[in-house]
Design a binder for this molecule. Structure first.
Ligand SMILES: [Zn+2]
Length: 339
């Protein structure tokens, strides 16, 4: 395995041999075979795709210890900041918009849980709107700098946080669900935590989107090995509906994720360029040393400058066709017998 800090740079290539292989039962549809799709540099596991429901996952699945090693403290940035100044300001503006969007229909002063809240950017936006905010996070380092109004539980699994049942009006998993090792158990726990009629908000990269299908192994949001599962939008809906939810709406536009995904995924198609180089350049590396050579840095900046306007247009077209590179599914918790 290459060094965790350089995981963004690991090469991904398509698998030529597409014979189905035996795998543990699919957590969505139960299929016990899958088709290898992508190979990851330095990893024994490959990304395989379920022939029945389209779910992507690793075979063999990485161990809990391997998964922990994918998240060094540097992954989260320092002192509550993850990116360079301008990008950081944009992240905060976008979080405020998200907070406004996600609080539609939420009762005033309601309780919100953000699973995998990181440094609490979204929780702050909810707290600013008067909600009682709670978060869970795997890493204490990740939650550093979180808003003091938020109650943060440090726990390796949501199920271990021992939060009271039927106590939340909304549970948000914002680009977190694809990182979790047991999707069915997580959905059941969210169901337990929500009040009847409460909402689950799950945003994930959309494995059946145009961006995912057209850029293949170059797709930025594959993010191996941290994304343990790749969800087509319809597969995520099915998982929720099989476990006590009714999907009430679906949103395919994300200014924060989708346009950048186009630019970086297209750059990743050029094997002579370092994978995810633009992302690495924008990411605060924590050291004063700049990554890459000067011409390469200029190439990435030019790609960003000229690519982003086109990418925004592509993202709008994709979203209106329900083909967004990321998808947010909002699902209502149905009452169960005894509620
Ligand atoms: Zn399946």
């Amino acid at each position: 395995m290459s060094k965790p800090a350089s995981l963004y740079g690991v090469r991904v290539s398509p698998v030529v041999d597409v014979q189905e292989i035996p795998v543990p039962a699919c957590p969505v549809c139960g299929s016990e075979t899958a088709r290898p799709r992508f190979e990851i540099e330095g990893m024994e596991s490959r990304i395989v795709v379920c022939p029945r429901c389209g779910l992507g996952r690793f075979a063999p699945a990485p161990t809990a210890e391997q998964v922990r090693s994918y998240y060094p403290d540097e992954y989260y940035g320092s002192t509550g900041r993850k990116f360079e100044g301008v990008v950081e300001s944009l992240v905060r503006i976008i979080a405020a918009r998200q907070g406004r969007f996600l609080s539609r229909g939420l009762p005033g002063g309601g309780r919100v849980l953000d699973v995998g809240c990181g440094r609490g950017v979204l929780l702050r936006a909810f707290a600013d709107r008067g909600y009682d905010v709670h978060g869970t996070e795997v890493s204490a380092a990740a939650a550093q700098g979180a808003d003091p109004r938020a109650t943060i539980h440090i726990t390796s699994r949501l199920e271990d946080a021992a939060l009271p049942g039927a106590s939340f009006d909304q549970v948000v998993l914002w680009h977190v669900f694809e990182h979790l090792p047991d999707p069915r158990a997580t959905v059941k726990e969210i169901h337990r935590l929500l009040k009847p009629g409460g909402k689950a908000v799950i945003a994930v990269p959309n494995f059946s989107s145009w961006q995912a299908r057209w850029t293949g192994a170059g797709w930025f949001h594959l993010d191996p090995p941290r994304h343990l599962f790749q969800y087509p939008a319809e597969t995520l809906r099915r998982l929720l509906e099989d476990n006590g939810f009714r999907c009430s709406s679906e949103h395919h536009f994300s200014l924060r994720q989708n346009p950048f995904g186009w630019v970086q995924s297209v750059l990743n198609r050029f094997s002579s360029l370092p994978r995810n180089g633009l992302y690495v350049l924008l990411h605060r590396s924590g050291s004063a040393e700049k990554p890459f050579t000067r011409p390469l840095r200029w190439l990435f900046r030019a790609a960003f400058l000229f690519g982003m306007p086109v990418a925004v247009v592509m993202s709008v077209i994709a979203a209106t066709s329900r083909q967004g590179a990321t998808v947010t599914v909002i699902a209502t918790r149905l009452p169960t017998v005894g509620d």
